[in-house]
Ligand binder design. Structure first.
Ligand code: BV8
Length: 248
């Protein structure tokens, strides 16, 4: 990996920013050992396309299999630890006058690293809700049946995540769009930028004249439009970036 150089004008922009927005994707959790969404599925799930499994149709067709896929991922993310990239973002939040973290991730690692002002656009794998009533359920009788049943209406429980074809939580989505419109620096970190509507956020910021910084070892649809592109893993780049902001 070639040495990551953080341009001075990038650091000046961050230090002088009145409002910073960060969009994160599965790449930020990769160094915590959480497979990215588009990494080849492993083991039991190797033959499934996650985009096919993360849908209402898949759950209605085979609730037990989808529930077990999420139970496997829930266990994997519960065992994972936040990495240096998560912690750097929590520190950056403390240094910026106005900071919003918008995450597509459902693993809860940002919260465990200390991020506070954040919007979970795709929900959280550690929460469940009633499939029928769409209300969060945190306690239920474990009869051994999978998926478990809602204690209120006996329908199946499902993970409190946004599946493909489902609307994003309107309050969080509205706040994310507003933050992207109003920010002067927008960082897009660890996302392939293909899932809408999250993928539009950095382009909205660009249109409004914000400085857009992409952190990703690979190219994405944003790479050519971004003001700055730091081609490296977030666990390496983000601590360097925060270090430079700290000591400029
Ligand atoms: C919606 C929760 C309105 C579940 C997720 C046709 C019909 C229906 C819908 C659509 C359609 N066409 C388009 C759509 C919209 C659809 C969509 O965008 N589809 C795409 C794929 C074409 N979106 C939706 O359905 C959304 N809802 O639009 O509602 C609507 C309703 C009906 C009809 C039309 C519109 C809902 C989207 C939310 C889906 N739920 N997650 C679960 O996780 O099980 S999305 C899922 O993908 C994860 O949240 C993941 O975060 C997200 C995005 O992926 P990334 O985070 O970017 O992860 P990925 O693996 O792709 O990339 C990782 C990146 O990290 C890579 O670039 C890699 O290079 C980089 N990386 C790797 N290592 C590192 C790194 N970077 C930094 N450091 C490293 N170390």
């Amino acid at each position: 990996m070639s040495e990551i150089v953080i341009p001075h004008d990038l650091i000046d922009a961050l230090r002088g920013a009145k409002s910073v927005v960060v969009l994160t994707g599965a790449g930020v959790s990769a160094e915590s050992g959480v497979p990215t969404f588009r990494d080849a599925q492993t083991g039991l799930w190797a033959k499934f396309d996650p985009q096919e499994l993360a849908t209402r149709e898949a759950f209605e067709r085979n609730p037990k299999m989808v529930w077990e896929w999420y139970a496997y991922r829930r266990e994997l993310t519960a065992r994972a630890e936040p990495n240096a990239g998560h912690y750097a973002l929590a520190e950056l939040e403390g240094r910026a006058s106005n900071f919003t973290l918008v995450t597509q991730n459902i693993d809860g690692l940002h919260q465990r690293a200390g991020s506070r002002n954040m919007l979970e656009l795709h929900g959280n794998i550690h929460r469940n809700k009633c499939f029928q009533e769409d209300v969060r359920i945190s306690r239920w009788i474990d009869s051994g049946e999978e998926p478990p049943r809602c204690p209120r209406c006996n329908s199946y429980l499902r993970p409190d995540v946004v599946w493909f074809g489902e609307m994003l939580p309107p309050v969080e989505l509205d706040e994310a769009f507003r933050a992207a419109v109003e920010c002067d620096v927008f960082l897009s970190i660890g996302t392939s930028g293909v899932v809408e509507p999250a993928a539009s956020l950095p382009f909205i910021a660009l249109q409004k004249g914000a400085i857009v910084i992409e952190v990703n070892p690979d190219a994405t649809p944003l790479s050519n439009a971004a003001t700055f592109r730091l081609a490296g893993p977030s666990g390496l780049v983000m601590p360097k970036l925060v270090e430079a902001v700290r000591h400029k």
